[in-house]
Design a protein. Structure first.
Length: 447
């Protein structure tokens, strides 16, 4: 036997021995662990047998699930290790929202800073997790701080919900920095005690699409920071909810200015923010500025929903109406070219209504026939009558009298030429007939 074959066999035996030793060590650790884990954690493992088998894909334990309520900090750390070993886990749902809604807080032991820290001391990595729900518990900035290392290395995390926890402004900023290089798409921080916000443009999550910040205390200064998420061609934010904050008219003005050139945001909710009528009108102008044809053409066409008040409010109704149109050209057709709708929007927006004649004088006279036909098709005969009266002077200005007379003269000249040709043809026909003798009936055609 050659020396190379002997060496291969020796290496193979060493590898087999190493694997056997590793298996024995794993069994020993499992046995020791089984002795030391609490009965509560053992019950948790019994409820989710896939946890021990490392095949768990969805771990959902919401509300008053008994064993979870009495886990010690050590148990939470061990549970974190169990979760870390599940390399197929995609969803972790430990939300407790519905328990508080029912008013039976005493039945549910919320996850505080110590428990959250223990969980993430054991759960330090995951390449599979996509959704984490830790909403409506009792952790604060310290709990968020314990997550940072994990969040920085969760390279598949798409959704994170920490709503209902007192993470405050510092915790929110910490989350943004931790998630800046992650594929996070949805971040929910509803009711988290957030007041001021500081956003570093270099720490904005690059794929963030959905940011929910309802029920906080965000003011105009916070809106100035949030506007950074809406600026530039690289903006990815599609949904921003700020209901039940305190942005007032100043914050509304900041957001309205940011939305003028934004092409990503599709849904914005700013209702219940102490916004006056004037502030709501600012948002109306974002989606349909009636001050001029040019202003309407330049309004935001990406937004598909914008909540500033209750559905029955007139301004909210006009905002909703703007979203029925497929583009800014449709807004012009259905609002600028409708005298009644234009009058109502001018009144709401505090714009002195222009006469219909002043509107139609802005159009190229050569395009007026096409525009009038469009008005008739879209708004009916009554609106067409208004448009005709308003644009009559412009229509007449397009008429060249001399050219019309020249065209009429050319027409009749052509008629004269045709008549002369017909007369000549008749005369030629008559000239081809001669009489034979004196009898008129004896005629023959000359050949």
């Amino acid at each position: 036997m050659e020396s190379s074959d002997v060496e291969r066999m020796r290496l193979k035996k060493q590898q087999q021995k190493a694997r056997r030793r590793e298996k024995r060590a794993a069994k020993q650790r499992a046995a020791e662990e089984a002795v030391h884990i609490s009965e509560e954690l053992r019950r948790v493992r019994m409820c989710w047998p896939e946890l021990s088998k490392r095949t768990l894909k969805t771990f959902r334990a919401r509300g008053v699930f008994g064993p979870m309520n009495v886990l010690s900090n050590g148990d939470w750390e061990q549970l974190g290790r169990d979760i870390a070993n599940c390399d197929k886990l995609e969803e972790l749902d430990f939300g407790g929202g519905h328990v508080r809604d029912l008013g039976i807080r005493d039945l549910f032991t919320a996850m505080n800073d110590l428990k959250i820290s223990s969980l993430f001391r054991g759960w330090t990595r995951s390449s599979s997790i996509k959704f984490i729900n830790l909403s409506t518990h009792d952790f604060s900035v310290a709990g968020v701080r314990s997550m940072v290392s994990f969040l920085q290395n969760a390279n598949n995390l798409k959704k994170l919900d920490v709503g209902g926890n007192n993470i405050q402004s510092e915790g929110f900023s910490m989350l943004l920095r931790a998630l800046c290089d992650s594929p996070i798409e949805m971040l929910c921080c509803i009711g988290c005690g957030i007041e001021s916000i500081g956003i570093d443009t270099g720490s904005i999550p690059r794929r963030l699409k959905n940011l929910r910040l309802n029920d906080n205390s965000i003011n105009a200064a916070g809106c100035r920071e949030l506007a950074k998420l809406l600026q530039g061609r690289d903006s990815t934010l599609e949904i921003l909810t700020l209901a039940d904050n305190n942005i007032q008219d100043e914050g509304t003005e900041i957001l309205a200015a940011a939305l003028q050139n934004n092409t990503s945001l599709m849904h914005l909710d700013v209702k219940h923010n102490n916004i006056s009528i004037e502030g709501k009108v600012m948002m109306l102008k974002v989606v349909n500025n009636i001050s001029s044809i040019k202003a309407t053409l330049q309004t935001n066409f990406t937004l598909r929903s914008l909540r500033v008040g209750e559905v029955m409010e007139e301004i909210q109704g006009c905002i909703n109406a703007a979203f029925r149109f497929t583009g800014n050209r449709q807004k012009i057709i259905h609002t600028q070219l409708s005298s009644m709708r234009r009058e109502a929007l001018c009144r709401l927006q505090g714009i002195e209504e222009r006469s219909n004649a002043a509107l139609y004088c802005k159009f190229d006279p050569l395009h007026l026939p096409e525009i009038l036909a469009l008005v008739g098709r879209t708004h009916g005969l009554s609106e067409l009558h208004v448009a005709l009266k308003s644009s009559l002077t412009m229509l007449l200005s397009t008429v060249d009298r001399v050219k019309c007379l020249e065209q009429e003269m050319a027409y009749y000249q052509a008629k004269v030429v045709n008549l002369q040709a017909e007369i000549a043809a008749i005369k030629r026909a008559e000239g081809n007939v001669v009489e034979v003798g004196n009898d008129p009936s004896n005629k023959r055609r000359r050949t």
